[in-house]
Ligand binder design. Structure first.
Ligand SMILES: O=C(CO)[C@H](O)[C@H](O)COP(=O)(O)O
Length: 226
């Protein structure tokens, strides 16, 4: 029986196998955040000569990539990204996701939105029939925290401040339990419209195109067809 850590390693290896043949010497790769992505960065590092640079979604991933000798560019220096690789806290079969367990959701969503293709890497515990078991992270401007919490309660959620945590953007996170999403893309847009919300961890409007799901029987590939 493989452990969750071993499954994360397998998902990371599958991402490398998927991405490497697509990289050119001038390619720039978007890189997410989290323990699964840490493994992907470690596997990617020996191949740093096969692509030009990466764009990072967090200070954490930037530090790890730079320590591994991968050049990291600011997103403002880049006009397009062919690929973005990141993990998720939950993913459904339509490749809608909940992200932000590591608190990097805003930069993740921005970098993902620039990329042509989002490759999501998860162990099988993250694959769900319906999103909502994992509390939804919402990044908020600190002075709007209580105002956003009131709005979220109106939507049926139970918000909880992530104590002692500040995002890379200097904001706070509300982790919201109890939400029912119905149409995830509609719900994402609804949350985005609450003043003071910087970003919510629902990735439906900017969901993944491919998911590599590592399980006891191997890695399965879920892909959206156009
Ligand atoms: O959204 C994220 C960080 O903001 C991560 O992708 C998510 O939390 C999954 O992390 P891990 O690979 O450590 O399970």
């Amino acid at each position: 029986m493989l452990t969750q850590d071993e499954l994360k390693q397998q998902a990371a290896q599958a991402a490398l196998d998927d991405v490497l043949p697509q990289l050119q010497p001038d390619s720039i790769l978007g890189v997410g955040t989290g323990s699964t992505v840490d493994r992907f960065i470690d596997l990617l590092a020996p191949h740093r000569g096969a692509f030009r640079a990466a764009v990072s979604s967090s200070e954490r991933s930037t530090r790890r990539m730079q320590a591994a000798g991968i050049q990291v560019l600011d997103l403002n220096e880049v006009s397009s990204l062919a690929l973005y690789v990141d993990g998720a806290d939950e993913i459904d079969h339509q490749l809608n996701m909940i992200k932000g367990g590591g608190g990097a959701l805003t930069r993740e969503k921005i970098v993902a939105s620039v990329a042509d293709r989002f490759v999501c890497i998860v162990d099988e515990s993250k694959l769900v029939e319906r999103l909502g078991g994992f509390p939804l992270p919402i990044e908020v401007i600190p002075l709007a925290r209580e105002a956003v919490a009131r709005e979220v309660r109106q939507l049926g959620g139970q918000p909880r401040l992530r104590e002692g945590f500040t995002t890379d953007n200097g904001n706070q996170i509300l982790d919201v339990a109890g939400l029912r999403y119905g149409d995830p893309a509609e719900f994402e847009a609804l949350l985005n419209n609450i003043p003071g919300v910087v970003c919510c961890g629902l990735f439906a409007i900017s969901g993944a195109q491919v998911a590599l799901v590592a399980g006891q029987a191997g890695v399965s590939r879920l892909e959206l067809r156009d």
